[in-house]
Design a protein. Sequence first.
Length: 153
Amino acid sequence: MALVPIQGLYETHLTVRDLERSIAFYRDVVGLTFAHRVPARHVAFFWMGAPRETMLGLWEIHTSPVFIRSHIAFRVTLADVERSVSALRAAGLTPRNGEAEIAEPVVLAWMPAASVYFDDPDGHSLEFIALLDDPPRAELGTVPLSQWRALHA
């Protein structure tokens, strides 16, 4: 039995090397809504989706040698996952399947979900993901979206 029933994730945080650069990236490239900044603490907050639903905090590390590469997946529509490949390239970013560059979204067949990964300026792994209505096919691993569609046509 859970101590408290979890309803979802409210906030997550990333450490960044240059807060100004990261604010511009998450606001202007990723498209998150700027929420608040605390200059004395070197932190900025963004809303993910509707305000007050989910929040991302960016903490500048200053002179600390500690830096952990993290991962965040942003839930988006399937149409947006599909158009993200060209949008990322237009923004000078490399769309990936987790490791290798891709020409189209991939499907994580165990879920299943269409997915495109990319990195932020600090090397954090970001992902656009859309769950699919098809039944899971874990045995397929990860396949291009076009191959997934051909299997489910």
